[in-house]
Design a protein around this ligand. Structure first.
Ligand code: AMP
Length: 284
């Protein structure tokens, strides 16, 4: 069963009626197979899953795409209903607030601030973005009180921000990171892919090919890091890369001398569309 809730008061009332643990999947809607993979994982563990669809203004900067971000609630609900056919005894509560004021009531004057993680890569290029993400996710965690919450590793830095928030604020929630779902071409699924023309979409598959090439050069060996740096310097001659960097996957440091897990993070810009991707590699 799918229930749509658009008012926060109704969500709070609903949550009080649910006994036992629940799962939670936060999204901005315009659902694709990546989002659905999070929902399916939640449904494997919980018969009640809260699923939010909210284009959160706090995480968009002035030059970002808040106004044109695709809003497709009817289709999204159809997709969730289809997914639920495999889980006939489960219920999904879709929380799609009718306005941002439902989430952040007028007069509210509080936000969370993310320290180091918001000063590098995505955080550096989008000032205030992770503060906005942390603030809304905290609020949604508080409303839905999940035992586990599901996030995509595609937004790897965001995943780390949420993990850190849960740890620092001692929230009783387990954060689950799910693998990136891709098109056959390798392009990571994203709601923003629909800003691309079909030619651009085809061309964009080279982002994941570049990441795969780095994985290949690295070959799980720390001793190959120099080779990788040369390859990256050469690749970055194309100025459409916003960044292409290696970071420790656990603490996000750029000092990889003791790292065991490394993440290769990239953003490539096609016209005004920023395409994020990353891949993980173990090194010895
Ligand atoms: P968004 O609606 O873009 O804010 O994404 C909502 C959640 O879905 C986030 O945790 C994302 O990391 C996750 N997600 C987005 N795209 C993918 C994908 N291609 N594969 C797996 N998870 C994804």
């Amino acid at each position: 069963m799918v229930t749509l809730i658009t008012k926060t008061l109704d969500l709070e009332a609903h949550r009080k009626t649910v006994k036992g643990p629940v799962g939670f999947v936060p999204t901005m809607g315009n659902l694709h197979a990546g989002h659905i993979s999070l929902l399916e994982e939640a449904l494997k563990s919980y018969s009640t899953v809260y699923f939010s669809i909210f284009v959160n203004p706090k995480q968009f900067g002035v030059n970002d795409d808040f106004n044109r971000y695709p809003r497709t609630l009817e289709n999204d609900i159809e997709l969730i209903k289809k997914t639920l056919l495999k889980y006939p005894h489960a219920q999904v509560i879709v929380y799609s607030p009718s306005s941002p004021e439902e989430v952040f009531p007028p007069g509210s004057n509080f936000s969370l601030s993310v320290d180091t993680l918001s000063t590098v890569l995505e955080g550096k290029l989008r000032p205030g973005h992770f503060d906005g993400v942390a603030t809304v996710v905290y609020r949604l965690f508080d409303l839905t009180k999940p035992e586990k919450a599901y996030f995509g590793l595609k937004d790897f830095q965001q995943y780390l921000v949420i993990k850190q928030m849960v740890k620092d604020l001692a929230l009783p929630i387990e954060v689950i990171g799910m693998p990136t779902v891709r098109e056959e071409s390798g392009l990571a699924l994203s709601s923003r892919n629909q800003y691309l023309s079909s030619e651009q979409k085809e061309a964009a598959s080279f982002i994941s090919r570049t990441l795969k090439e780095i994985v290949k050069i690295l070959d799980n060996k720390r001793s190959n890091l120099n080779l990788v740096q040369n390859y990256i310097q050469n690749t970055l001659k194309d100025s459409n890369w916003n960044y292409l960097e290696l970071r420790d996957a656990d603490n996000f440091s750029d000092d990889l001398s003791k790292s065991q897990n490394v993440t290769i993070l990239a953003v490539y810009q096609m016209d005004s569309t920023r395409l994020l991707d990353n891949m993980q590699v173990e090194i010895k």
